[in-house]
Write a protein that binds this ligand. Structure first.
Ligand code: ADP
Length: 268
């Protein structure tokens, strides 16, 4: 694929653009983590971020959660700015209240599950809808029970996280994320702490999510078969840049860059 085609593919969202990164840079000392990066994701689009460790993929997700801020550049979700670079080059953070609002629309599932250990499964899923969205306990429980059925864990609502397998905990974490009815679901290596059989169960749940919802998904994963199944587009990161962007068939079957080829050989 030509450079122009990669550039076109960086902004080929399905239904207009929704998530925008515009000239975003981030460094830690001499380590350039994101290097003048621009790309956009369409509403309802599912995009997988691949690339070697340390290439900046998780940093993208963390910026969308406002857990990390860029040095320069603009990050926007819909009409809402998370970080905004002004003409004079100074970076403006959105206000706290504004960030809270944006974060209600974006949820993230982590590698390490991060369930509340002292709460039973049902409460893990109802907690944020009640306290952040203001749902009644009954509404939140009805929503949670539906989602826990979807992830195959409605028989575990009274268990504590420590009584569940890693795969089950991760399925609860997915239900918990979806209970916020987010516009954007961020998945950060959600199966890398699981053995293959448990990982397969989690990926099946996510395939279902992809099929049955129109949530915009940004997914960092080394599970390439899964990426091929669910993604509309795959972005290949290398040293803080996107070196190739393409639909999964093209990225996996006939990558353009030698660096993409060698990366894929190392993970497939
Ligand atoms: P990836 O997800 O592609 O593996 P990351 O986005 O996690 O890459 O990290 C990119 C780089 O940023 C890594 O080199 C990492 O060491 C560095 N990094 C991330 N967070 C920090 C931090 N808080 N302080 C210093 N370096 C960091």
């Amino acid at each position: 694929m030509s450079q122009a085609a990669t550039e076109a593919a960086l902004t080929s969202g399905k239904d207009g653009q929704f998530i925008h990164f515009d000239k975003v840079s981030k460094r830690f000392g001499d380590n350039v983590v994101l290097d003048d990066l621009s790309f956009a994701v369409g509403a309802g689009e599912r995009v997988t971020l691949i690339g070697p460790s340390g290439s900046g993929k998780t940093t993208i997700l963390r910026m969308l959660m406002t857990l990390m801020k860029p040095d320069t550049g603009t990050v926007r979700v819909g009409d809402d700015y998370l970080f905004h670079e002004e003409r004079n080059g100074s970076l403006v953070d959105a206000s706290e209240a504004h960030i809270r609002k944006v974060r209600q629309r974006i949820t993230m599932v982590f590698q390490s599950f991060n369930l509340f250990p002292n709460m039973r499964v049902l409460r893990n899923v109802t907690e944020a809808p009640v306290h952040v969205l203001g749902l009644s306990k009954e509404e939140a429980e009805e929503r949670a029970l539906g989602l826990l059925a979807m992830v195959g864990l409605d028989h575990k609502i009274d268990s504590y996280p420590s009584q569940l397998s890693g795969g089950q905990q991760q399925r609860v974490a997915i239900a918990r994320a979806l209970a916020m009815r987010p516009d954007v679901l961020l998945l950060d290596e959600v199966t890398s702490a699981l053995d293959p059989e448990l990982a397969a169960g989690v990926l099946d749940v996510l395939r279902d999510v992809a099929k049955t919802t129109d949530v915009t998904m940004l997914c960092v994963t080394h599970a390439m078969k899964f990426a091929r199944d669910i993604s509309h587009r795959v972005l290949m990161f290398c040293e803080g840049k996107i070196i190739e962007a393409a639909p999964p068939e093209q990225m996996f079957d006939s990558p353009d860059h030698e660096r993409t080829r060698s990366f894929l050989q190392s993970v497939l």
